[in-house]
Ligand binder design. Structure first.
Ligand SMILES: Cc1cc2nc3c(=O)[nH]c(=O)nc-3n(C[C@H](O)[C@H](O)[C@H](O)COP(=O)(O)O)c2cc1C
Length: 197
């Protein structure tokens, strides 16, 4: 399996408005590949715009807020590049789509890095941040996962939160848990309302 870089991707709407979404960029054979599931706003934008920006951050509250549905983040314009970056990014990469492979479920946009720029120091890995990222990804797949798998994964990931999180990581974790809890409660509600009377 190739390496996947989890980041925040800025695409542009056909009108030129920035749109951001958390995505994993697959590094393979010299390309960075974006593979958005259908349907998604990112996919729609990629059909018309070839120049995108990947923002790299270690602030997992950004991923938590994005999966919770918030999309308003401070953005910074980039000289000579149309798609802005997250203002808080540690680094960003300017990526150009050079090849497209269609697929019924998950089309692939092959990109090349035009320029990568560092803005702030990266101060090391952290298990709680990785756990929040896992939980954030899980929270985008709740409809496709059995409840038991969700609960088991959360129980395992929480160990890293309890042992290694700072305030920011705990805040992010709580945001993702609120989303997951709401989904589980809704599923129980639906089962109760649709069950035998
Ligand atoms: C860290 C992270 C990585 C993700 N990677 C992908 C991905 O590679 N492809 C994808 O379709 N969705 C991915 N998702 C889920 C998308 O963010 C989600 O589908 C989102 O709704 C797409 O947003 P959009 O409709 O605004 O483009 C990821 C989510 C997270 C939190």
């Amino acid at each position: 399996m190739p390496l996947i870089h989890e980041c925040v991707v800025t695409t542009l709407t056909p009108e030129g408005k920035p749109h951001i979404a958390p995505l994993g960029l697959i590094e393979q054979d010299g390309f960075w590949i974006i593979a958005p599931f259908r349907p998604s706003a990112t996919l729609f934008n990629l059909m018309s715009g070839r120049q995108i920006t990947a923002s790299f951050t270690d602030d997992v509250r950004i991923f938590a807020r994005l999966v919770a549905g918030y999309r308003s983040f401070p953005l910074t314009d980039i000289a000579s590049w149309p798609a802005p970056r997250l203002s808080g990014a540690l680094a960003h990469a300017e990526l150009e789509v050079v090849k497209f492979e269609d697929d019924e479920q998950r089309p692939r946009f092959f990109c090349q890095i035009i320029r990568a720029v560092a803005h702030r120091p990266f101060l090391g890995m952290n298990r709680a941040r990785a756990a929040v990222l896992e939980a954030a990804i899980l929270s985008t797949r709740l409809d496709r996962l059995p409840r038991e798998k969700i609960e088991n994964e959360i129980a395992y990931l929480k160990i890293a939160i309890d042992k290694t999180a700072g305030d920011a990581e705990r805040e992010a974790w709580n945001m993702v848990m609120a989303k997951i809890d709401a989904h589980v409660a809704q599923t129980v509600d639906d089962a109760t309302n649709n069950g035998p009377s």
